[in-house]
Ligand binder design. Structure first.
Ligand SMILES: Nc1ncnc2c1ncn2[C@@H]1O[C@H](COP(=O)(O)OP(=O)(O)OP(=O)(O)O)[C@@H](O)[C@H]1O
Length: 312
């Protein structure tokens, strides 16, 4: 492994459970202060990969370093440098925000607990409306997630591991959560965040897309969009069309009805034009070019890996 400043640097990391290869030769690095989004369908190996990269579970083969320590042999040195937030984090519902934070800081052996808790209350805006004195069990879902993040950073970790931290949280609260997360990483803390939300992926510095244990994309979100060759159009429909039938065409990557129009994603403009002419014919009205999104790209990659052209 080369000497570098990377907070994580792994090579050919592989994990098998019995006959099943869950993570397949993963090579990647994460730099200080980087906010890294981890995406992929359920069961694609994200959690297993993240846990291995931090020494929480041993790899079957391959290896690497996390915060300068070997992930296979120095897990005990890595653990105090991690801040972990799972989907099912537990807080003490009968204790206030301040009491929960004090408890977690003591658990981590933070020096100057009172000072650190005051800083966290300020940083996470818990003083607004006196939430610092509110019992955690009575907080809204969004504020509970924010509380869990405050606990995860309480001991000033070098690396945050956040496993779908905003699952089930409303859009406004998700946005507020990411505002704070971006502030935290701007101060030099790295974060690995697994998510199924594309808007969150767009807010990360870099994104990784995993499928069947393999890393298919590892780039800045803007590069993923820029390098994509897909084309997307919205076509107004002038009469009734059996979209399932006309969508069953190898030129169509993805298709969805939007009211009285249809949105189609294809690999090229020729494919779109040909499909509209052959399949929609005189049912096709006005056509508008629309942006291709990350979800379209991941959808396409998934079909490619499955060896099928179209989802219909
Ligand atoms: N300890 C284990 N023993 C056997 N199989 C496991 C174990 N841990 C994970 N797996 C399997 O590995 C595969 C990948 O799981 P993993 O949790 O890493 O995926 P994921 O991408 O994080 O999924 P999700 O988005 O649903 O959380 C799954 O098929 C899972 O059942």
């Amino acid at each position: 492994m080369s000497a570098s400043n990377a907070i994580i640097e792994v090579k050919d990391l592989t994990k098998t459970f019995g006959e099943k290869t869950v993570v397949d030769q993963l090579t990647m690095d994460i730099q200080p202060g980087q906010l890294y989004a981890f995406l992929g369908p359920n069961g694609s190996g994200k959690t297993t990969a993240i846990r291995m990269m931090c020494g929480l579970i041993p790899p079957t083969s391959g290896g690497g370093v996390c915060a300068g320590f070997d992930i296979a042999t120095q897990a005990d040195q890595i653990k105090p440098l991690l801040g972990y937030m799972t989907q099912h984090f537990s807080l003490y519902p009968d204790l206030t925000v301040r009491e929960n934070l004090e408890f977690v800081c003591r658990l981590y052996g933070v020096s100057d607990v009172k000072g650190r808790v005051n800083d966290l209350i300020e940083q996470f805006a818990f003083h607004d409306l006196g939430r610092d004195k509110q019992q955690v069990g009575t907080l809204s879902g969004g504020w509970k997630q924010r509380m869990a993040l405050a606990c995860a950073v309480s001991h000033r970790p070098k690396l945050l591991l956040l496993d779908e931290p905003t699952a089930g949280v409303d859009p406004k609260a998700r946005e507020a959560f990411w505002d704070i997360l971006q502030e935290v990483t701007a101060s030099g803390v790295s974060a690995l965040v697994s998510t199924h939300y594309m808007d969150e992926a767009m807010r990360s510095n870099r994104l990784a897309y995993m499928l069947y244990g393999r890393l298919l994309v590892d780039d800045k979100p803007e590069n993923v969009l820029r390098n994509c060759a897909l084309v997307s159009v919205q076509v107004d429909l002038l009469k009734a069309v059996d979209l399932v039938a006309v969508g069953r065409d190898p030129r169509v990557v993805r298709m969805a009805r939007l009211g009285n129009s249809v949105r189609v994603v294809a690999r090229s403009q020729d494919d779109v034009d040909g499909w509209i002419k052959d399949r929609l014919g005189d049912a096709a009205g006005h056509t508008t070019e629309i942006d291709v999104g990350l979800e379209d790209i991941f959808f396409h990659l998934t079909l490619q890996q499955q060896g099928t052209n179209t989802s219909f």
